[in-house]
Design a protein around this ligand. Structure first.
Ligand code: SAH
Length: 368
């Protein structure tokens, strides 16, 4: 055995939320342990603690010092900072938004640490890549000798019928380098670079006719991600003509008044569909642009439907959103977390299916 072969990578998880990064690390199967997680949100930390048996460090990441960071002796930092500064709803103020400052602060601390990390992984929304925070991040990483690779990827590219394109930056401190060195690049002139198992796909490739259609065709159907336990009782009850009374899914049916008011703006999918829209943290509170609704009538009847009211539309349950995020089956919310909070936490989280693949790639060929 080579020296150090059995040593674990020590990982810090910043903005840990409900632990999407940690699940991704587990799914990636890399020899790593999260030595500390950081989040300011009490409820998110309750969920994290319930699932991982460890309560994240509760507080503002902005207040961490270089000495604090050194004390963890970690080689890898995973970061999913707040995305509001870069979204349209968030007014795109970029680094001028107070919510961006803790992220920039933490990057600024890297050169002041006595043991800077060897690898970084950053997740954010599409739009981040054109922000001034991005510009600052890339120039800081360059200055302190990191190779970076950047990707915009969606679960649709990994067989999951879910559109959630996200920006990712992978960084390795020299002399560490990436396996696919040809994509060592910065987003910009050639446009976003996308990545798949075998191939590097450039944005031009993605613009080609039929790329997304073919991808969607190859995705698994939505029904594979539904909460079968509840759906079985749904079907049984409907046979008895009782639906939606005493139905565990009752609270998820969309009220008629909402369908009347917002029907035309709703993204409606069927169990046999192979695509649904990104669930945001406002899903269940607002219908427009926050995620898809599920038509629960059997597929073959679909063509004969004359009104949206006949579709028995319902929201995806939090468990189903978790399934589309490739969260493991044993992921659970503590009972005191309300339905709205569950959607908000899941909406802020990430696709474990996508991030696990990227982490595999980040750690590839590296041993301590
Ligand atoms: N990847 C996470 C979610 C990231 S969303 C998951 O899988 O759930 C961003 C998270 O950052 C939120 O949970 C929010 O509470 C936290 N956050 C935002 N600003 C923070 C700060 N200054 N200090 C600590 N946590 C912060």
């Amino acid at each position: 055995m080579e020296m150090g072969e059995d040593k674990l990578w020590r990982v810090l998880e910043f903005y840990s939320g409900i632990g999407g990064m940690r699940y991704s690390l587990m799914k990636a199967g890399v020899n790593a342990e999260v030595v500390e997680a950081f989040d300011i949100n009490d409820t998110a930390n309750d969920v994290y603690e319930q699932n991982f048996g460890h309560r994240p460090h509760q507080g503002n990441i902005q207040t961490l010092s270089a000495a604090d960071l050194d004390s963890y002796d970690a080689e890898v930092w995973l970061l999913s900072p707040p995305c509001q500064p870069y979204t349209r709803q968030g007014l795109q103020k970029g680094s001028g938004d107070a919510r961006a400052s803790s992220f920039l602060k933490i990057l600024q601390l890297i050169p002041q640490t006595s043991r800077p990390p060897l690898m970084l992984f950053v997740e954010n929304v599409v739009g981040f890549e054109t922000s001034d925070t991005h510009e600052k991040m890339i120039s800081m990483l360059r200055e302190i000798s990191f190779n970076t690779q950047e990707f915009i990827l969606s679960p649709l590219q990994f067989g999951v019928p879910y559109s959630r394109p996200r920006y990712f930056c992978l960084a390795k401190r020299k002399p560490l380098s990436f396996r696919k060195a040809q994509v060592n690049s910065y987003l910009g002139a050639p446009g976003p670079v996308l990545w798949s198992d075998e191939n590097v796909v450039t944005s031009q490739g993605v613009e080609l006719n039929g790329y997304w259609d073919k991808l969607i065709e190859s995705c698994r159907p939505i029904e594979d991600f539904l909460d079968l336990k509840n759906c079985v009782s749904d079907a049984e009850e409907s046979k008895e003509g009782k639906r939606p009374f005493n139905n565990p899914l009752k609270q998820y049916y969309v009220p008629s008044a909402l369908i009347e008011r917002w029907g035309s703006a709703m993204d409606i999918v069927f169990p046999e569909s192979r695509r649904c829209c990104c669930f945001t943290k406002s899903y269940f509170r607002y219908v427009k642009g926050t995620g898809s609704l599920l038509a629960t009538v059997p597929g073959m009847v679909k063509d004969r439907i004359s009104s949206l009211q006949d579709l028995s539309l319902r929201y995806f349950t939090p468990r189903e959103v978790a399934n589309l995020h490739s969260f493991p089956e044993d992921f659970k919310f503590p009972p005191h977390v309300s339905l709205r909070q569950r959607y908000a936490l899941l909406g802020n989280s990430l696709s474990v299916g996508v991030v696990a693949q990227l982490l595999c790639y980040l750690f590839a060929d590296e041993t301590l």
